[in-house]
Design a protein around this ligand. Structure first.
Ligand SMILES: [Zn+2]
Ligand SMILES: [Zn+2]
Length: 307
């Protein structure tokens, strides 16, 4: 655990990133826009920017525009699209749903409701992602009845880098988890402007072979074989009644669960690489976040706690 940044090893024709435990990771942004909808770069320009930044995979998720899997300029593309409904008034129910890894283009009506969109994405073999719930002002009341949501975004870069300031969905995530919805937690750029702020900032590090098929990539996302980050590593594990975070040097390590208050859930200092806490009998889930000295954050997935 001496390294503070991932080690890169040049393979035959792939770049492998290893985490602090030696596990191969793929660097992935699953949400971005291009000139095919309201993004400011072409798909080719976007792919070049992400490839240059060391990404292994991106999904091009233009609004109502399906982009199939393949490669652009040597960068792997996972099929994607974003189906947004509800306009701009959060009081009326705004839902933005990503389709990731579909085997064919979803057939979705502009008048479809959120459940019909999710059903069609799942019917195409993809993962339906509830994008930026904080930005959309989604509530647990709105989403608790939706079946088949495969993941959500705990962080969405452009929601703090464009024309809005609600990038963080941790409150929604925790309130959902209180109701038993433990979604895989993505951090995505949702790149639109490519203005030095909303590109190549937030991503997932997926434990998966670069040779994996699309189905294997999706399977790894579904079983939460990743952490979400802006740079730091975060690894969360449970042993009995104790939960431990290992991370690259951080100034803050925080735990989040259905306990609205518990002792020792926020550790501050400098160069922190580990923190742990005791689970209380009533706790049903727990997750963690770290912040490094540069203010960059990382988010673990949620662990379900069965006593
Ligand atoms: Zn959106
Ligand atoms: Zn988007």
């Amino acid at each position: 655990m001496e390294g503070t940044s991932p080690i890169k090893e040049k393979g035959a024709d792939k770049t492998m990133i290893k985490d602090m435990f030696g596990t191969d990771r793929l660097k992935i942004n699953l949400h971005l826009h291009t000139t095919q909808s309201d993004g400011h770069k072409t798909p080719e320009e976007a792919a070049a920017i992400y490839r240059e930044a060391g990404y292994d995979v991106i999904a091009i998720t233009d609004h109502w525009k399906y982009r199939e899997s393949g490669a652009i300029g040597g960068l792997r593309i996972l099929s994607g699209a974003e189906y947004n409904i509800g306009g701009a008034n959060g009081a009326e129910g705004v839902y933005h749903i990503l389709a990731l890894g579909c085997g064919r283009e979803p057939r979705i009506h502009r008048e479809a409701g959120p459940q019909a969109i999710i059903d069609e994405i799942n019917g195409c073999g993809g993962i339906a992602v509830l994008a930026h719930p904080a930005w959309s002002l989604n509530t647990v009341e709105q989403t608790k009845g939706l079946e088949g949501v495969g993941a959500t975004e705990i962080y969405n870069t452009v929601s703090d880098a464009g024309e809005s300031s609600r990038p963080y969905s941790g409150d929604f995530v925790d309130a959902s988890a209180c109701r038993g919805r433990l979604y895989p937690l993505l951090a995505d750029d949702d790149t639109h402007y490519y203005n030095g702020e909303d590109e190549t900032a937030s991503y997932i590090m997926l434990a998966c072979s670069p040779e994996a098929s699309d189905a294997e990539l999706l399977e790894a996302i579904r079983r939460k074989a990743f952490y979400a980050t802006q740079g730091p590593e975060i690894h969360l594990r449970r042993e009995g009644s104790r939960v431990t975070v290992n991370c690259t040097p951080a100034v803050r390590i925080s735990f989040f669960s259905n306990a609205v208050w518990a002792r020792g859930r926020c550790v501050r200092g400098s160069g922190l690489t580990e923190a742990s806490c005791e689970i209380q009998p009533f706790e049903t889930f727990i997750r963690a976040e770290v912040t490094d000295a540069d203010g960059r954050r990382a988010w673990s997935n949620t662990i379900e706690l069965r006593q």
